[in-house]
Write a protein that binds this ligand. Structure first.
Ligand code: NAD
Ligand code: TYD
Length: 360
């Protein structure tokens, strides 16, 4: 196993979102002597309620800011003496990217470039230079494109071939991150993860959407024939991988992270409906009629799958939450946190949505 690096101050972007909030909570709790600065714009997807358990921790600070504001990012990094950036802030939903690609270019591409420039300028001014610094880009398996049914899973050497505006924006950001390493020597690392699930995910994504719709007795839309395949990983296992990579990966390296857990959408939807009905005390099959096949997503990638051999063998990571346990935990969490669901799907979400799509 590789030796562990330590940091005095880590800046996490997008820490009020789904994965970011799990990462922030993990880092704040596990490393009490490390300062964790969470920079988040609080778009519809950001929710400070996700961080209630650590909001008063002495090693935690929340900063409400936009990552595209390079001057603000630079002065924050200088003021706080940030020595690592874990960059998760993004527009993350494929369906939205089909409606409004520009917003994805702005946040995901220009936002990443802004942070790279802020890190470069800040660290270049330090006497120790890039020593002990790290810019960690959290990316997705969607940058690799789509697999056919019999294709080998994506791995670190798979060429980028994005199809959706979302994956194109993430791929573009990743290319900038690599370019800053190759051109300026910025210490960077990138990881590409498969689909995450678990508590605190905005209910526009498949798993929380199904649970929320069963709860309300609403139609559950399955795109196309429901035969698209995703590789699902529990969010806590992704947060653990991010922690490990941040502290042990070599600058310039790349890791693929996945659950080795491929499911067709229709099978996962049926399983979720079954679990949710059971936990709600409804009779078996009560909500199955809600499942409705609808028009397919434009350019819908058929299959994603990850070969996580490198992170398993080099860093000793492996997922700890099996899918049966993880799904049960997840359904329980959403059913127990109905106020979280209702709050996040009203108020700011609606205002953000209206702002984004006004004039269309
Ligand atoms: P999310 O949509 O739940 O959260 C995104 C967060 O970023 C929100 O808190 C939002 O307020 C914040 N944000 C958006 N624009 C911002 C801006 N301009 N300035 C500051 N903050 C801003 O996203 P997620 O699902 O948690 O994904 C986090 C990261 O992980 C993304 O980069 C995504 O591409 C990547 N990823 C996600 C998955 C997945 O399955 N969800 C899988 C692999 C990789
Ligand atoms: P999603 O959670 O949006 O993640 P991604 O598109 O990034 O993989 O969707 C997961 C899969 O579920 C994807 O194949 C699209 C499909 N899907 C539906 O069939 N119905 C829905 O309402 C949603 C949101 C997704």
């Amino acid at each position: 196993m590789k030796s562990k690096r330590s940091y005095a101050t880590v800046m996490v972007t997008g820490g009020a979102g789904f994965i970011g909030s799990h990462v922030v909570k993990r880092l704040v709790k596990r490393y009490p002597s490390m300062r964790v600065i969470n920079v988040d714009l609080l778009t519809y997807a950001g929710n400070l309620a996700n961080l209630a358990s650590i909001e008063d921790a002495p090693n935690y600070r929340f900063v409400h800011a936009d990552i595209t504001d390079t001057a603000a990012m630079r002065s924050l990094m200088e003021e706080e003496g940030v020595d690592a950036v874990v960059h998760l802030a993004a527009e993350s939903h494929v369906d939205r990217s089909i409606l409004d690609p520009d917003c994805f270019a702005r946040t995901n591409v220009m936002g990443t470039l802004s942070l790279l420039n802020a890190a470069l300028a800040t660290w270049n001014k330090r006497p120790e230079g890039f020593e002990g610094k790290m810019f960690y880009q959290i990316s997705t398996d969607e940058v690799f494109g789509a697999l056919g049914a019999g294709d080998a899973p994506f791995c670190e050497s798979t060429p980028y071939n994005p199809h959706s505006p979302y994956s194109a924006s993430k791929a573009s950001a990743d290319h900038f991150v690599r370019a800053y390493h190759d051109t300026y020597g910025l210490p960077v690392v990138i990881s590409n993860c498969s689909n995450n699930y678990g508590p605190n995910q905005f209910p526009e994504k498949l798993i929380p959407l199904v649970i929320n719709n069963v709860r309300h007795g609403r139609t559950i839309p399955v795109y196309g024939q429901g035969l698209n395949v995703r590789d699902w990983l529990y969010v806590g296992d992704h947060a653990a991988a991010i922690d490990l990579i941040l502290h042990t990966a070599e600058p310039g390296s790349t890791y693929c992270i996945g659950g080795d857990n491929e499911w067709r959408n229709i099978d996962i939807v049926k399983e979720l409906v079954r679990i949710a009905d059971q936990k709600l005390g409804r009779k078996a099959g009560a909500s199955e009629g809600l499942i409705t096949y609808v028009a397919d997503r434009k350019g819908h990638d058929l299959r994603y799958a990850i070969d996580a051999t490198r992170i398993r063998t080099e860093l000793g990571w492996r997922p700890e939450v099996d899918f049966t346990t993880g799904l049960a935990l997840t359904v329980e969490w959403y059913l127990a946190n109905d106020k979280w669901l209702d709050d996040i799907t009203s108020g700011e979400y609606v205002r953000y949505y209206e702002r984004m799509y006004s004039g269309r």
